[in-house]
Design a binder for this molecule. Structure first.
Ligand SMILES: [Zn+2]
Ligand SMILES: [Zn+2]
Length: 405
């Protein structure tokens, strides 16, 4: 059995946008229509329907609409799996995907954004999949800012709610009106602040990587864009942090002659995927500054701001090698500390050569602090830390006290 009217997904159309058009074409309201198509889901809009599609539902939907399953799968954000993020999570935050934060059928978060010029120009208006990616803040076609709220009342963009408490009309432009104030989404005054060229350039790089699956320009992305996106997401997390790493943000802003204004976090949530479009744009500009002359400016910035590798690594996260290498080589600020196996190996070596394996001798062999054999009785410290810690940090431990005395 097939649906009577079956509009096809348009280029880069988002799954929920197509579903709303499909319901509207069949003169049905979105919610009961989704309920009929997906009887297994009690509350279809509770979770983010654009993140994943159940393979069984995908096939039954393909049968009903005559759209090939691979084309249908392309409408889902899970089509970015393995390229932009590792796995799409239907609950919680998926990296680089704006969080919808649905509350029942209503949407509270700023998970949807759009270009009003694209919508105004469309013969059939529809919402694009790439507008859900958090690194997209401008429309590359029209060089204008994306909007993440109604231009009139700033309500979240929630086009699937546009037919709530209304009769099914069959009109496809229903999703162009704000549900709260009913004003058209395309009625926008010309924006006064122009989009910086640097942001256009950087977003083009990111979007190209997401489409091609690799990037020769982004660090670590020559083979797999995922490795690049993974590291960049960590760096943007550092830049938007409220903790110690925020020093790096202040340092970059200062160097650029700007005030270090706070980022507007919603309900204490400090995830990039929950941030408003303006704050994300600022953060992306800082990220592109960090990538200039990679990795030299990044390392110098971290050292000046005294942000060590331990703050940059994140907890329980395996970073891609292109980033982990720089952190380990340049921003690790602890002295080398040999483990028990290493000490034991040196002890065995010394015993074999009939040298008394004292702790001092073992330390000397391992290149850590030891007392020299010549009797000036002062501690010799090898290694230098760029970020001394502890109560004596004004007289850094790398100062050789033996020579100073
Ligand atoms: Zn546009
Ligand atoms: Zn409104």
């Amino acid at each position: 059995m097939k649906l009577l009217l079956r509009p096809k997904p348009l280029p880069d159309e988002l799954f929920s946008s197509w579903l709303v058009r499909l319901a509207s074409a069949n003169i049905s309201k979105v919610h009961p229509f989704a309920k009929r198509l997906f009887p297994r889901k009690v509350n279809f809009w509770d979770q983010d329907p654009d993140l994943t599609i159940d393979p069984r539902e995908l096939h039954s939907l393909a049968e009903l609409t005559g759209v090939e399953p691979p084309r249908l799968a392309q409408t889902s954000l899970s089509s970015y799996e393995g390229i932009v993020f590792e796995k799409a999570h239907s609950v919680g935050v998926t990296k680089w995907v704006l969080q919808a934060e649905n509350n029942g059928r209503a949407r509270r978060g700023r998970g949807q954004q759009y270009c009003w010029k694209c919508l105004a120009d469309d013969p059939v208006p529809y919402f694009r999949k790439h507008w859900r990616l958090a690194f997209n803040v401008v429309c590359l076609e029209h060089a204008c800012w994306l909007l993440d709220g109604c231009p009139c009342c700033d309500a979240p963009i929630s086009f699937h709610e546009s037919d709530f408490r209304k009769q099914a009309s069959g009109r496809e432009d229903g999703m162009l009106r704000c549900r709260r104030c009913s004003q058209p989404r395309t009625r926008v005054e010309e924006q006064v602040s122009p989009v910086p060229d640097e942001l256009m350039r950087f977003q083009t790089l990111l979007m190209t990587a997401a489409e091609q699956g690799f990037s020769l320009e982004l660090p670590g992305g020559a083979l797999y864009a995922l490795l690049s996106f993974h590291g960049l997401r960590r760096l943007v997390g550092v830049l938007t942090s409220t903790g110690r790493s925020a020093r790096l943000r202040y340092h970059l802003l200062n160097g650029d002659g700007r005030l270090a204004l706070g980022i507007r976090y919603r309900n204490g949530k400090s995830k990039f995927e929950n941030m408003r479009v303006g704050d994300r744009a600022e953060s992306l500009l800082l990220l592109s500054m960090l990538l200039n002359n990679w990795p030299n400016d990044f390392i110098e910035g971290c050292k000046t701001a005294r942000v060590a590798s331990s703050y940059l690594k994140g907890y329980g996260e395996n970073l891609p090698y292109w980033l982990a290498r720089e952190l380990q080589w340049h921003l690790y600020d602890r002295f080398y500390s040999p483990n028990d196996d290493e000490r034991e190996a040196v002890r065995a070596y010394l015993e074999k050569r009939r040298i008394n394996p004292t702790n001092n001798e073992i330390n000397r062999m391992l290149g850590v602090a030891f007392r020299p054999l010549v009797a000036n009785d002062s501690l010799h410290v090898t290694g230098r830390s760029w970020n001394p810690r502890g109560p004596h940090r004004k007289t850094p431990p790398h100062t050789d006290r033996g020579l100073a005395s």
